[in-house]
Design a protein around this ligand. Structure first.
Ligand code: F6R
Length: 611
């Protein structure tokens, strides 16, 4: 999604802004721009294309500016063009604004402004807001008060940063529904939509509250929003370091993140497993064993890959804790009138903690009386702050647009929750719990073993470079893995792929199978093994080409499948943590072979903060 960076301090602002935009490139964008405050005027440059294209533009005197704002835009209103790129200016050209989010009532506001003689150069909702602020400024007061008055008339979501040529070394920023974080430095401050743009300069940050408006100068950040406490009291320390957001010698972030899964999985369970009692302690959940016994129903809500992790969570929680679990697409859940009682627990799964639909689903569940718990990666994100309690997955920054390590860490956390609930409710015995805790500890090494076969998967990927369709099949807890394998492939290679519960295939999709159709089947030696082998036969009988993800040493499967990728044996409910890894690598290598832009797939954004 769009990215915002703003800087005010003593160093050349342009360098800091461009560097910040580079850090936000992973979020997805189609155009970029900046506005620099210099010598009582604004220097604005914008272009369609990459941040490197923007960096190539001559900033003139702007090179000496020490304050400014910048933006990467992902088109919503109006196609990618220089006119539509941010920053936008008011009619005097003396204020400039960058914006993430959507102003929902922009059309009526625009009509009103047009009737007053305002001329618009772009098709964006953002320009409408900029013009409104300009008119408020003409009416009197300073930039801060003008922004405040203008925002009171808009509906929708925004994270904004604004500069005025007439108020040097001052930025005004505000958020509602779209995240903003301020990095606090010495004699300089930086605001951004994502800490990734800030950590190179400072790791002391303040997350803006919903509805908060701030004025940022070189020396201070003043809050004029819902939380007027001294901003420094709210400062938190980001524990990500720069190397975590670099590629570390890997060709792409996605590949680095796939390979970092042994470590991210260890971080997910570190300090949380109790090996003698065979349970998990999740301090963040803040739930007593009595409370765990009282839960009658769980709803898990999420989007995309996180939804797939949630679906695996259903299998795990139902089998271990014997609690009925519903898994809901957040975008559907939020617009229904779901039946929720006070004995309902809502688990909200999100890597970014900022997905607009997931956040709205969380708010709805809270309003209806559910206790809400987050399973979130980004510390301090909106979902993490708005849930009653929760568990951080500690996967570290995920930059690749296609989610990989966050998925496995989410599944790991759901397994720990299943273990804790199962032990508290007596549905998992101590000896079963100890066996499972031991199995969990062995998962990272087993993932390492699979990663050691990356070369094999890379060679195999060449077979599928020219495929135009792909089917993924799985059963039970590996059915969501089939969905996730298909999603990974379509996201980054643009090959059409479908994931299906294997037995459902004969109710329709079997019609698609011919000798050109590769079918990836998750066929590990678990409770569903014999059934899945029958499903493989059905595909084979239609001349489908089968790639099986199978348990190490399973020689039988080689009689049925044309290609086999082996994964180590593991307890049934933990198999997704292993079976998804070869599918992530397969998608990656197929996409590389097709020459796709892995870390910036077309039309996709890392964090979907608009609905
Ligand atoms: C797919 C992917 C998306 C996200 C989805 C939810 O690879 O990354 O499907 O999973 O947009 O995002 P979060 O987890 O940040 O709420």
């Amino acid at each position: 999604m769009c990215g915002i960076v703003g800087y005010v301090g003593f160093r050349p602002a342009r360098d800091i802004l461009l560097h910040g935009l580079e850090r936000l490139e992973y979020r997805g964008y189609d155009s970029a721009g900046y506005a620099l405050q210099y010598n009582n005027s604004l220097v604005i440059r914008k272009c369609v294309g990459r941040v490197t294209d923007l960096a190539a533009m001559d900033p003139g005197e702007g090179a000496r500016a020490t304050a400014g704002i910048a933006h990467t835009r992902w088109a919503t209103h109006g196609e990618p063009s220089t006119e539509n790129a941010h920053p936008h200016t008011d009619s005097s050209g003396r204020i400039a604004l960058v914006h993430n989010g959507i102003i929902e009532n922009y059309k009526s506001l625009k009509d009103r402004l047009k009737a007053r003689g305002e001329v618009f150069v772009s098709e964006t909702d953002t320009e409408v807001l900029t013009k409104l602020i300009g008119l408020e400024l003409e009416a009197g007061g300073n930039l801060l008060s003008a922004v405040k008055r203008a925002l009171s008339g808009v509906r929708g979501a925004y994270g904004i940063a604004v500069v005025s040529a007439d108020e040097p070394s001052t930025l005004v920023a505000a958020r509602y529904g779209s995240p903003l974080v301020v990095g606090i430095g010495e004699g300089e401050n930086i605001v951004a939509s994502d800490v990734a743009a800030i950590v190179a300069h400072t790791r002391d940050v303040v997350y803006l509250e919903e509805g908060e408006l701030v004025e940022i100068t070189t020396r201070a950040v003043h809050s004029h929003g819902s939380d007027p406490r001294m901003i420094r009291e709210r400062m938190t320390h980001v524990d990500w370091n720069l190397s975590e957001i670099e590629k570390d010698g890997f060709a792409h972030y996605m590949l680095k993140e796939i390979h970092s899964q042994p470590e991210s999985l260890r971080n997910a369970f570190r300090g949380r497993l109790d090996m003698s009692e065979g349970t998990a302690h999740l301090g963040g959940l803040n739930m007593t064993p009595e409370r765990m016994k009282q839960i009658r129903r769980i709803i898990i809500t999420a989007c995309g890959t996180s939804w797939h992790a949630a679906l695996i969570g259903k299998y795990i929680l139902e089998s271990m804790a014997r609690i009925p679990v519903d898994v809901e697409y957040a975008s559907e859940f939020r617009y229904r009138d779901p039946v929720i009682g006070e004995d309902t627990v809502a688990l909200v799964v999100s890597q970014s903690g900022e997905t607009a639909d997931t956040l709205a689903a969380l708010r709805l569940a809270r309003r209806k009386g559910a206790s809400c718990y987050g399973i979130v990666n980004v510390v301090g994100s909106t979902i993490a702050r708005e849930t009653d309690a929760g568990v951080y997955i500690h996967a570290g920054p995920e930059i690749g647009v296609a989610s990989t390590k966050a998925f496995t860490s989410q599944v790991m956390i759901l397994s720990l929750i299943g273990l804790a609930l199962g032990r508290a409710r007596g549905t998992v015995s101590r000896s079963e719990g100890i066996a499972l805790a031991n199995a969990i500890q062995e998962v990272p090494d087993k993932v390492e073993t699979i990663l050691g076969r990356a070369g094999e998967i890379k060679d195999l990927a060449r077979e599928f470079t020219y495929a135009s369709n792909f089917l993924y099949l799985g059963r039970g807890v590996n059915y969501p893995v089939a969905l996730e394998g298909a999603l990974k492939l379509k996201e980054i290679s643009y090959i059409h792929a479908e994931g299906y519960p294997a037995a459902e295939m004969k109710h329709g999709p079997i019609a698609l199978i011919d000798d050109l159709m590769p079918v990836a089947v998750i066929a590990v030696r678990d409770a569903a093994y014999d059934k899945i082998v029958s499903n493989i036969q059905e595909v084979k009988a239609r001349k489908g080409r089968i790639l099986a993800v199978a348990t190490e040493g399973d020689s039988d499967i080689r009689h049925h499948a044309q290609w086999v990728i082996e994964v180590p044996e593991v307890a049934d409910q933990l198999t997704p943590l292993l079976t998804v890894v070869p599918l992530q690598l397969l998608a990656y290598y197929v996409a590389v072979a097709r020459g796709c832009d892995i870390d910036k797939p077309r039309n996709l954004a890392k964090s979907v903060t608009v609905e």
